[in-house]
Ligand binder design. Structure first.
Ligand SMILES: NC(=O)c1ccc[n+]([C@@H]2O[C@H](COP(=O)([O-])OP(=O)(O)OC[C@H]3O[C@@H](n4cnc5c(N)ncnc54)[C@H](OP(=O)(O)O)[C@@H]3O)[C@@H](O)[C@H]2O)c1
Length: 360
Protein backbone atom coordinates (compact mmCIF):
# COMPACT_ATOMS: atom_id res chain seq x y z
CA UNK A 1 0.00 0.00 0.00
CA UNK A 2 2.84 2.39 0.87
CA UNK A 3 4.39 1.64 -2.49
CA UNK A 4 1.15 2.44 -4.26
CA UNK A 5 0.73 5.76 -2.45
CA UNK A 6 4.32 6.71 -3.19
CA UNK A 7 3.87 5.79 -6.84
CA UNK A 8 0.71 7.88 -7.04
CA UNK A 9 2.46 10.82 -5.40
CA UNK A 10 5.22 10.51 -7.98
CA UNK A 11 2.79 10.80 -10.84
CA UNK A 12 0.93 13.53 -9.07
CA UNK A 13 4.13 15.43 -8.23
CA UNK A 14 3.08 15.93 -4.63
CA UNK A 15 5.96 14.04 -3.09
CA UNK A 16 8.11 17.10 -2.60
CA UNK A 17 9.83 18.02 0.61
CA UNK A 18 11.37 21.38 1.40
CA UNK A 19 12.58 23.92 -1.10
CA UNK A 20 15.94 25.31 0.03
CA UNK A 21 16.96 26.23 -3.52
CA UNK A 22 14.02 28.62 -3.75
CA UNK A 23 13.02 27.70 -7.30
CA UNK A 24 9.41 26.85 -7.99
CA UNK A 25 8.41 23.49 -9.51
CA UNK A 26 6.86 25.49 -12.34
CA UNK A 27 10.25 26.68 -13.60
CA UNK A 28 11.61 24.90 -16.64
CA UNK A 29 15.27 24.33 -17.51
CA UNK A 30 15.49 27.58 -19.48
CA UNK A 31 13.99 29.62 -16.61
CA UNK A 32 16.62 28.12 -14.32
CA UNK A 33 19.60 29.24 -16.42
CA UNK A 34 18.06 32.66 -16.87
CA UNK A 35 18.17 32.96 -13.10
CA UNK A 36 21.51 31.18 -12.60
CA UNK A 37 23.67 31.50 -15.71
CA UNK A 38 26.43 28.96 -16.14
CA UNK A 39 28.84 30.86 -18.37
CA UNK A 40 32.35 29.48 -17.89
CA UNK A 41 31.18 26.14 -16.41
CA UNK A 42 32.38 22.92 -18.00
CA UNK A 43 29.62 20.33 -17.77
CA UNK A 44 29.72 16.72 -18.93
CA UNK A 45 26.36 15.09 -19.67
CA UNK A 46 26.00 11.41 -20.47
CA UNK A 47 23.28 10.28 -22.89
CA UNK A 48 22.32 13.73 -24.15
CA UNK A 49 21.38 12.72 -27.67
CA UNK A 50 17.69 12.63 -26.84
CA UNK A 51 14.99 13.29 -24.25
CA UNK A 52 15.87 14.73 -20.86
CA UNK A 53 19.65 14.93 -21.38
CA UNK A 54 19.31 16.80 -24.64
CA UNK A 55 17.12 19.49 -23.08
CA UNK A 56 19.54 19.87 -20.15
CA UNK A 57 22.40 20.25 -22.68
CA UNK A 58 20.41 22.85 -24.63
CA UNK A 59 19.64 24.97 -21.59
CA UNK A 60 23.19 24.85 -20.22
CA UNK A 61 24.83 25.49 -23.60
CA UNK A 62 22.48 28.36 -24.33
CA UNK A 63 23.59 29.94 -21.07
CA UNK A 64 27.28 29.73 -22.02
CA UNK A 65 28.54 26.46 -20.51
CA UNK A 66 31.03 24.27 -22.30
CA UNK A 67 29.19 20.99 -22.81
CA UNK A 68 30.98 17.67 -23.06
CA UNK A 69 28.55 15.21 -24.58
CA UNK A 70 29.37 11.67 -23.47
CA UNK A 71 27.19 9.47 -25.66
CA UNK A 72 27.40 6.19 -27.46
CA UNK A 73 26.63 7.37 -30.99
CA UNK A 74 29.10 9.82 -32.61
CA UNK A 75 26.60 10.37 -35.41
CA UNK A 76 23.83 11.41 -33.00
CA UNK A 77 26.26 13.62 -31.09
CA UNK A 78 27.23 15.48 -34.27
CA UNK A 79 23.57 16.00 -35.03
CA UNK A 80 22.93 17.48 -31.58
CA UNK A 81 26.03 19.64 -31.93
CA UNK A 82 24.76 21.04 -35.24
CA UNK A 83 21.39 21.80 -33.67
CA UNK A 84 22.93 23.57 -30.68
CA UNK A 85 25.22 25.67 -32.87
CA UNK A 86 22.32 26.57 -35.12
CA UNK A 87 19.82 27.36 -32.36
CA UNK A 88 22.10 29.27 -30.00
CA UNK A 89 24.68 31.14 -32.11
CA UNK A 90 25.03 33.73 -29.34
CA UNK A 91 26.28 31.14 -26.82
CA UNK A 92 29.81 31.65 -25.51
CA UNK A 93 30.10 27.95 -24.67
CA UNK A 94 31.81 25.19 -26.59
CA UNK A 95 30.76 21.68 -27.47
CA UNK A 96 33.04 18.65 -27.07
CA UNK A 97 32.28 15.01 -27.72
CA UNK A 98 33.30 11.82 -25.98
CA UNK A 99 32.19 8.42 -27.17
CA UNK A 100 30.85 6.44 -24.23
CA UNK A 101 28.98 3.15 -24.16
CA UNK A 102 27.92 2.25 -20.64
CA UNK A 103 27.13 -1.32 -21.67
CA UNK A 104 30.81 -2.31 -21.68
CA UNK A 105 33.38 -1.86 -18.90
CA UNK A 106 36.17 -1.82 -21.46
CA UNK A 107 34.51 0.94 -23.49
CA UNK A 108 33.93 2.96 -20.31
CA UNK A 109 37.61 2.66 -19.50
CA UNK A 110 38.46 3.67 -23.10
CA UNK A 111 36.23 6.74 -22.72
CA UNK A 112 38.12 7.71 -19.57
CA UNK A 113 41.47 7.38 -21.37
CA UNK A 114 40.19 9.39 -24.33
CA UNK A 115 38.99 12.07 -21.94
CA UNK A 116 42.36 12.19 -20.19
CA UNK A 117 43.94 12.98 -23.55
CA UNK A 118 41.56 15.91 -24.05
CA UNK A 119 43.20 17.62 -21.06
CA UNK A 120 39.94 19.07 -19.73
CA UNK A 121 38.56 19.50 -16.23
CA UNK A 122 34.89 19.23 -15.27
CA UNK A 123 32.79 21.37 -12.92
CA UNK A 124 29.68 19.22 -13.14
CA UNK A 125 29.15 15.62 -14.23
CA UNK A 126 25.52 14.80 -15.03
CA UNK A 127 24.96 11.06 -15.20
CA UNK A 128 21.84 11.07 -17.29
CA UNK A 129 22.14 8.08 -19.65
CA UNK A 130 19.74 5.28 -18.85
CA UNK A 131 17.68 2.50 -20.37
CA UNK A 132 14.34 0.83 -19.75
CA UNK A 133 13.78 -2.25 -21.82
CA UNK A 134 10.78 -4.51 -22.12
CA UNK A 135 12.93 -7.43 -23.27
CA UNK A 136 15.84 -9.29 -21.83
CA UNK A 137 19.27 -7.97 -22.85
CA UNK A 138 22.70 -8.53 -21.34
CA UNK A 139 25.73 -6.26 -21.37
CA UNK A 140 28.94 -7.54 -22.96
CA UNK A 141 30.25 -8.22 -19.46
CA UNK A 142 27.33 -10.55 -18.80
CA UNK A 143 25.09 -8.40 -16.57
CA UNK A 144 21.38 -7.87 -16.91
CA UNK A 145 21.08 -4.72 -19.02
CA UNK A 146 19.36 -2.35 -16.56
CA UNK A 147 21.79 -3.27 -13.84
CA UNK A 148 24.76 -3.20 -16.23
CA UNK A 149 24.04 0.16 -17.90
CA UNK A 150 22.02 2.17 -15.38
CA UNK A 151 23.92 1.12 -12.30
CA UNK A 152 27.26 -0.64 -12.91
CA UNK A 153 28.15 1.47 -15.96
CA UNK A 154 27.23 4.69 -14.18
CA UNK A 155 29.13 3.64 -11.06
CA UNK A 156 32.30 2.81 -13.00
CA UNK A 157 32.17 5.90 -15.19
CA UNK A 158 31.61 8.19 -12.19
CA UNK A 159 34.47 6.67 -10.24
CA UNK A 160 36.76 6.98 -13.25
CA UNK A 161 35.81 10.61 -13.85
CA UNK A 162 36.32 11.63 -10.23
CA UNK A 163 39.95 12.62 -10.86
CA UNK A 164 38.87 15.12 -13.53
CA UNK A 165 36.25 16.86 -11.42
CA UNK A 166 37.29 20.18 -9.93
CA UNK A 167 37.30 20.91 -6.24
CA UNK A 168 33.81 22.27 -5.32
CA UNK A 169 32.49 20.29 -8.29
CA UNK A 170 29.22 18.39 -8.48
CA UNK A 171 28.00 15.00 -9.57
CA UNK A 172 24.34 14.81 -10.52
CA UNK A 173 22.82 11.36 -10.90
CA UNK A 174 19.54 11.01 -12.76
CA UNK A 175 17.71 8.33 -10.79
CA UNK A 176 13.95 7.85 -10.74
CA UNK A 177 11.19 7.60 -8.20
CA UNK A 178 10.42 4.27 -9.87
CA UNK A 179 13.05 2.96 -7.44
CA UNK A 180 9.84 2.27 -5.53
CA UNK A 181 9.54 -0.91 -7.64
CA UNK A 182 13.10 -2.03 -6.97
CA UNK A 183 14.57 -4.55 -4.56
CA UNK A 184 18.32 -5.06 -4.35
CA UNK A 185 19.16 -8.52 -5.60
CA UNK A 186 16.11 -8.71 -7.87
CA UNK A 187 17.06 -10.29 -11.19
CA UNK A 188 14.37 -12.13 -13.09
CA UNK A 189 14.45 -13.22 -16.69
CA UNK A 190 12.02 -11.55 -19.03
CA UNK A 191 10.23 -14.40 -20.74
CA UNK A 192 10.39 -13.89 -24.50
CA UNK A 193 8.21 -16.90 -25.49
CA UNK A 194 5.34 -16.13 -27.88
CA UNK A 195 1.86 -16.60 -26.39
CA UNK A 196 -1.57 -17.03 -27.98
CA UNK A 197 -3.60 -13.88 -28.56
CA UNK A 198 -5.89 -14.25 -25.56
CA UNK A 199 -2.94 -14.61 -23.22
CA UNK A 200 -1.12 -11.60 -24.61
CA UNK A 201 -2.43 -9.19 -22.03
CA UNK A 202 -1.38 -11.23 -18.97
CA UNK A 203 1.96 -11.92 -20.65
CA UNK A 204 2.40 -8.24 -21.35
CA UNK A 205 1.59 -7.39 -17.75
CA UNK A 206 4.15 -9.93 -16.56
CA UNK A 207 6.81 -8.48 -18.84
CA UNK A 208 5.98 -4.97 -17.75
CA UNK A 209 6.14 -5.83 -14.06
CA UNK A 210 9.48 -7.61 -14.44
CA UNK A 211 11.00 -4.78 -16.48
CA UNK A 212 9.59 -2.19 -14.04
CA UNK A 213 11.24 -4.03 -11.19
CA UNK A 214 14.57 -4.39 -13.00
CA UNK A 215 14.57 -0.71 -13.94
CA UNK A 216 13.49 0.23 -10.41
CA UNK A 217 16.24 -1.90 -8.87
CA UNK A 218 18.92 -0.20 -10.96
CA UNK A 219 17.61 3.20 -9.89
CA UNK A 220 17.38 2.10 -6.26
CA UNK A 221 21.04 1.08 -6.43
CA UNK A 222 21.86 4.54 -7.79
CA UNK A 223 20.17 6.10 -4.75
CA UNK A 224 22.29 4.00 -2.42
CA UNK A 225 25.36 4.85 -4.48
CA UNK A 226 24.68 8.59 -4.22
CA UNK A 227 24.59 8.56 -0.44
CA UNK A 228 27.48 6.19 0.10
CA UNK A 229 29.71 7.85 -2.49
CA UNK A 230 29.06 11.24 -0.90
CA UNK A 231 29.99 9.84 2.52
CA UNK A 232 33.24 8.39 1.16
CA UNK A 233 34.21 11.53 -0.72
CA UNK A 234 33.71 13.59 2.44
CA UNK A 235 35.71 11.12 4.49
CA UNK A 236 38.48 11.00 1.92
CA UNK A 237 38.59 14.81 2.00
CA UNK A 238 40.99 15.32 -0.93
CA UNK A 239 38.54 17.63 -2.67
CA UNK A 240 35.02 18.71 -2.00
CA UNK A 241 32.51 17.25 -4.43
CA UNK A 242 28.74 17.33 -3.90
CA UNK A 243 26.88 14.23 -5.09
CA UNK A 244 23.13 14.45 -5.64
CA UNK A 245 20.46 12.36 -7.31
CA UNK A 246 17.11 13.32 -8.73
CA UNK A 247 13.83 12.24 -10.22
CA UNK A 248 12.99 14.37 -13.27
CA UNK A 249 9.30 13.43 -13.26
CA UNK A 250 7.43 11.37 -15.83
CA UNK A 251 8.34 12.74 -19.27
CA UNK A 252 7.44 11.93 -22.82
CA UNK A 253 10.76 10.52 -24.08
CA UNK A 254 11.77 7.34 -25.94
CA UNK A 255 13.12 5.75 -22.72
CA UNK A 256 10.79 2.73 -22.75
CA UNK A 257 12.21 0.47 -25.45
CA UNK A 258 9.35 -1.42 -27.07
CA UNK A 259 11.41 -2.73 -29.99
CA UNK A 260 10.88 -6.39 -29.40
CA UNK A 261 7.15 -6.17 -28.69
CA UNK A 262 4.73 -7.27 -31.36
CA UNK A 263 1.85 -5.10 -32.54
CA UNK A 264 -0.68 -6.37 -30.01
CA UNK A 265 1.73 -5.92 -27.12
CA UNK A 266 2.59 -2.40 -28.31
CA UNK A 267 -1.13 -1.67 -28.38
CA UNK A 268 -1.35 -2.45 -24.67
CA UNK A 269 1.30 0.20 -23.94
CA UNK A 270 -0.83 3.06 -25.33
CA UNK A 271 -2.94 3.69 -22.19
CA UNK A 272 0.26 3.95 -20.13
CA UNK A 273 1.81 6.34 -22.64
CA UNK A 274 -1.31 8.53 -22.68
CA UNK A 275 -1.40 8.57 -18.90
CA UNK A 276 2.26 9.61 -18.87
CA UNK A 277 1.55 12.42 -21.33
CA UNK A 278 -1.47 13.56 -19.38
CA UNK A 279 -0.04 13.47 -15.89
CA UNK A 280 3.69 13.76 -16.47
CA UNK A 281 5.94 16.80 -16.57
CA UNK A 282 6.94 18.09 -19.99
CA UNK A 283 10.59 17.40 -20.81
CA UNK A 284 11.62 21.08 -20.44
CA UNK A 285 10.09 21.16 -16.97
CA UNK A 286 11.49 17.71 -16.18
CA UNK A 287 14.96 18.94 -17.16
CA UNK A 288 14.78 21.83 -14.70
CA UNK A 289 15.92 19.84 -11.67
CA UNK A 290 19.15 18.55 -13.26
CA UNK A 291 19.82 22.00 -14.70
CA UNK A 292 19.23 23.59 -11.31
CA UNK A 293 21.58 21.18 -9.54
CA UNK A 294 24.26 22.00 -12.11
CA UNK A 295 23.73 25.75 -11.92
CA UNK A 296 22.64 26.79 -8.43
CA UNK A 297 25.36 28.78 -6.66
CA UNK A 298 24.54 27.50 -3.14
CA UNK A 299 25.41 23.92 -4.01
CA UNK A 300 28.96 23.11 -2.99
CA UNK A 301 28.85 25.75 -0.24
CA UNK A 302 26.28 24.14 2.01
CA UNK A 303 26.25 20.58 3.31
CA UNK A 304 22.45 20.57 3.15
CA UNK A 305 22.57 19.35 -0.45
CA UNK A 306 25.16 16.63 -0.03
CA UNK A 307 23.89 13.16 -0.94
CA UNK A 308 20.32 14.47 -1.30
CA UNK A 309 17.55 13.35 -3.61
CA UNK A 310 15.61 16.01 -5.55
CA UNK A 311 12.42 16.20 -7.55
CA UNK A 312 10.62 19.17 -9.13
CA UNK A 313 13.41 21.52 -7.94
CA UNK A 314 12.86 20.52 -4.29
CA UNK A 315 14.53 18.13 -1.91
CA UNK A 316 12.23 15.12 -2.14
CA UNK A 317 11.24 12.18 -0.01
CA UNK A 318 12.08 8.86 -1.35
CA UNK A 319 10.34 5.62 -0.78
CA UNK A 320 13.11 4.01 1.26
CA UNK A 321 13.32 6.72 3.85
CA UNK A 322 14.83 4.03 6.04
CA UNK A 323 17.96 3.82 3.86
CA UNK A 324 20.34 1.54 5.67
CA UNK A 325 23.94 2.79 5.61
CA UNK A 326 25.12 -0.80 6.10
CA UNK A 327 23.42 -1.91 2.88
CA UNK A 328 24.75 1.16 1.05
CA UNK A 329 28.27 0.33 2.24
CA UNK A 330 28.01 -3.31 1.24
CA UNK A 331 26.55 -2.49 -2.15
CA UNK A 332 29.30 0.03 -2.81
CA UNK A 333 32.00 -2.45 -1.83
CA UNK A 334 30.49 -5.29 -3.83
CA UNK A 335 30.23 -3.05 -6.86
CA UNK A 336 33.80 -1.94 -6.45
CA UNK A 337 34.82 -5.58 -6.46
CA UNK A 338 32.83 -6.22 -9.65
CA UNK A 339 34.43 -3.32 -11.54
CA UNK A 340 37.71 -3.21 -9.58
CA UNK A 341 39.80 -4.37 -12.51
CA UNK A 342 38.62 -1.37 -14.54
CA UNK A 343 39.41 0.97 -11.68
CA UNK A 344 42.91 -0.49 -11.58
CA UNK A 345 42.30 -1.80 -8.07
CA UNK A 346 44.10 -4.93 -6.89
CA UNK A 347 41.92 -8.05 -7.00
CA UNK A 348 40.13 -8.55 -3.68
CA UNK A 349 37.58 -11.03 -2.55
CA UNK A 350 35.19 -9.28 -0.26
CA UNK A 351 33.70 -11.33 2.46
CA UNK A 352 31.10 -8.83 3.48
CA UNK A 353 27.96 -9.41 5.49
CA UNK A 354 25.68 -9.06 2.50
CA UNK A 355 27.96 -10.92 0.16
CA UNK A 356 27.46 -11.39 -3.52
CA UNK A 357 23.71 -11.68 -3.46
CA UNK A 358 23.20 -7.91 -3.45
CA UNK A 359 24.38 -7.84 -7.02
CA UNK A 360 23.32 -11.27 -8.25
N1 LIG B 1 11.36 9.61 -19.20
C1 LIG B 1 10.96 9.52 -17.95
O1 LIG B 1 9.77 9.60 -17.63
C2 LIG B 1 11.98 9.36 -16.85
C3 LIG B 1 11.55 9.31 -15.52
C4 LIG B 1 12.49 9.16 -14.50
C5 LIG B 1 13.84 9.06 -14.81
N2 LIG B 1 14.24 9.09 -16.11
C6 LIG B 1 15.69 8.96 -16.37
O2 LIG B 1 16.12 10.06 -17.17
C7 LIG B 1 17.29 9.67 -17.89
C8 LIG B 1 17.15 10.09 -19.33
O3 LIG B 1 16.13 9.33 -19.92
P1 LIG B 1 15.16 9.88 -21.06
O4 LIG B 1 13.79 9.73 -20.55
O5 LIG B 1 15.62 11.19 -21.56
O6 LIG B 1 15.35 8.75 -22.17
P2 LIG B 1 16.06 8.76 -23.59
O7 LIG B 1 15.56 9.90 -24.40
O8 LIG B 1 15.91 7.39 -24.12
O9 LIG B 1 17.59 9.05 -23.26
C9 LIG B 1 18.45 8.06 -22.80
C10 LIG B 1 19.87 8.43 -23.21
O10 LIG B 1 20.73 7.43 -22.68
C11 LIG B 1 21.57 6.99 -23.74
N3 LIG B 1 22.01 5.61 -23.59
C12 LIG B 1 21.25 4.48 -23.64
N4 LIG B 1 22.04 3.41 -23.51
C13 LIG B 1 23.30 3.85 -23.38
C14 LIG B 1 24.55 3.23 -23.24
N5 LIG B 1 24.68 1.90 -23.22
N6 LIG B 1 25.65 3.99 -23.14
C15 LIG B 1 25.57 5.34 -23.17
N7 LIG B 1 24.42 6.00 -23.32
C16 LIG B 1 23.30 5.25 -23.43
C17 LIG B 1 20.73 7.13 -24.99
O11 LIG B 1 21.58 7.13 -26.12
P3 LIG B 1 21.04 6.69 -27.59
O12 LIG B 1 20.35 7.91 -28.12
O13 LIG B 1 22.29 6.34 -28.32
O14 LIG B 1 20.11 5.54 -27.38
C18 LIG B 1 20.04 8.45 -24.74
O15 LIG B 1 20.85 9.53 -25.10
C19 LIG B 1 17.43 8.15 -17.69
O16 LIG B 1 18.40 7.89 -16.73
C20 LIG B 1 16.05 7.74 -17.17
O17 LIG B 1 16.13 6.58 -16.38
C21 LIG B 1 13.36 9.24 -17.14
Amino acid sequence: MRRFIYFFETINRTQMGNNPLGVSKKHDAFDVVREYPVEGFTIMITGCTSGHGKVVARALYQSGATIIMACRSPWKMRKVEQELLEWYPQSTGQIKMLTLDLASFQLIRDARDAFAEMGLRIDVLINNAGVWKMSRYMTVDGYEYHKGVNYLGTYLFTRLMEEFINDQGRIVIVASSFHVGGTLGYDRVLDPRPVPFLLKLPNFIKRFVVSFRLYGTSKLALRYFTEEYQRRLLRNGKKHITVMSLHPGMMDTPILDLDELDRTEKFFTYPGQWLGLLLGRGVTKGASTATLLAAHPYIGRDELYEGQYFSSNHIAHWFRDDLDPGVARALYDDTERVVGQWLNLPKVTLVFGFGDNILV
